[in-house]
Design a protein around this ligand. Structure first.
Ligand code: URQ
Ligand code: ZN
Ligand code: ZN
Length: 479
């Protein structure tokens, strides 16, 4: 099957070009002016719209078992919703239990993900330490195309990685040529502040942001960047929500460290007033960690993205329906934390980023696709429009509009955190490895059509770090 996208403006992270794009099977066969349609090819008239690489969401949690329940979105519904929003690849997380084989957990997640409608790959979380973990990190890198390991610095008593785990794991990752990622919040501080807030009589969702102020995140982000510096490993900080963590990244990058930062679409456009809604359910819908912040932090996050200190945008798509959130009706600490948005990220980013003049179309492509492909070593197979790359393509209509709503979204959740937001900039057509999976508002996804993406270690973008490590060393004095 061949598809010719005619008459569009190709936008990549490098720039814009009037060109047609021809796919053959699962890959891009040609990019250039006035391409001829091979016999039997399907022709799409882009009508002057943009043609962009399929989005990459580097942070999702489909069907995650978490806080006594399981995320409502599975790999099929989640990847289907993703392509409806222009995202064709997700990076999800394997999260082993304490003491569990990380290899066994990886195989479990691979099994769950077989139903995916679009491509996927995994970060693997390190939740405990031992010789077995060290060996299995090696096996995951060598045999399973895993090049990134996640560390939750929060969630004490469950999946938290303390300093001992962090140091062991960072050191091992540096040895393997892998990347470390962190959820930066000080887990001990969270527990103690939650207790203090609860004992002061705050039991509702507003207790969530009150017990997780920006300093909780800033401390962990600074600690993680310093540990990464000491151990010579590239670091990626997920869901930065505040000035304090942005400062940690900026400081490290200005010191020449290979440190990367992600921001969620929701942290850019939603603020902490949502937790003070009089309706408990509505306020609880927004409970996620780190919480939404004040507008001052939002403005700083936009600047982080504009200046390149933050490179990627994600969703942390982790859906819990209203009934699931109600587990914490008497105690905010028991509300399963997580919000959705895998379908909405690209439109929210275009509307609030490109249309406001904060980002150019090329910066939009970089932030929604190309940077994630480079950082996690999938480029140029993903995140580019070049001959031989996977034909993950979106015909992006910059003037198309949509009102985001639970009534019309494809996500498996009974509310939408952006409910009622009108966005301009929508995917008219989405191709996943050459197949049209979304067109004119209709989904055509197939359960199991998604493929696992191998991501080798030693990504070119981490080279500076690798070279620096090679020049480090212990010095012994003979006496
Ligand atoms: O912390 C995360 O990234 C996961 C487990 C989802 N929940 C959340 O509140 N962000
Ligand atoms: Zn997190
Ligand atoms: Zn997450």
């Amino acid at each position: 099957m061949s598809v010719l996208i005619r008459g569009g403006t190709v936008v990549t992270a490098e720039g814009e070009l009037r060109a047609d794009v021809l796919t053959q099977g699962e890959t891009i066969a040609a990019v250039g002016p006035n391409l001829a349609a091979p016999a039997g090819a399907k022709v799409i008239d882009a009508g002057g719209a943009y043609v962009i690489p399929g989005g990459i969401d580097p942070h999702t949690h489909m069907e995650l078992p978490f806080m006594g329940t399981v995320a409502s979105e599975d790999f099929f519904t989640g990847t289907s919703a993703a392509v409806a929003g222009g995202t064709t690849t997700i990076i999800d997380f394997v999260i082993p239990g304490y003491g569990q084989s990380i290899l066994e957990a990886y195989k479990t997640w691979r099994g769950w993900a077989e139903k995916s409608a679009a491509d996927y790959t995994f970060h693997v979380a390190i939740t405990w330490w031992g010789q077995q973990v060290a060996e299995e990190m090696g096996a995951l890198c060598r045999d399973h195309g895993v090049n990134s390991f996640k560390h939750f610095m929060a969630y004490k008593g469950a999946i938290m990685a303390d300093d001992e785990v962090l140091v062991h794991s960072f050191r091992r990752a540096a040895e393997l040529g892998a990347l470390c990622t962190v959820h930066a919040e000080n887990g001990e501080l969270v527990v103690q502040l939650q207790k203090a807030v609860f004992e002061a009589g705050v039991t509702g969702p507003e207790g969530h942001p009150q017990s997780r102020p920006p300093v909780v995140e800033g401390e962990a982000a600074h600690r993680a960047t310093r540990l990464a510096e000491a151990l010579g490993v590239p670091l990626y900080i997920v869901h930065n929500s505040c000035i304090e963590s942005l400062e940690a990244i900026t400081r490290a990058r200005l010191a020449g460290q290979q440190v990367f930062g992600e921001v969620l679409a929701q942290h850019l456009v939603l603020d902490d007033s949502v937790y003070y809604n009089k309706d408990w359910n509505t306020a609880a819908h927004y409970v996620m960690s780190p919480p939404f912040r004040s507008k001052e932090h939002q403005a700083a996050l936009w600047k982080g993205l504009q200046s390149g200190m933050l490179q990627t945008t994600a969703t942390d798509h982790c859906c819990f329906c209203t009934e699931q959130k109600r587990a914490g009706v008497d105690d905010f600490r028991k509300i399963p934390t997580g919000t959705g948005g895998v379908e909405d990220r690209m439109s929210v980013l275009w509307h609030h980023g490109v249309r406001t003049g904060r980002l150019t179309p090329s910066q939009f492509v970089a932030a929604t696709s190309t940077e994630a492909a480079k950082i996690f070593n999938m480029y140029p197979k993903k995140g580019s429009i070049t001959v031989g790359a996977d034909a993950d393509l979106v015909v992006w209509d910059p003037n198309g509009t949509r009102v985001i709503s639970k009534a019309t979204h494809h996500q498996n959740i009974d509310f939408n955190i952006y409910e009622g937001m009108e966005v301009t900039g929508i995917p008219a057509t989405t191709l996943s490895r050459g197949k049209i999976v979304w067109q004119n508002g209709a989904l055509d996804t197939v359960r199991g059509a998604g493929r696992y993406v191998d991501r080798p270690c030693w990504a070119p973008i981490w080279k500076a770090q690798a070279a620096r490590n090679a020049s480090r060393g212990v010095r012994r004095v003979e006496r």
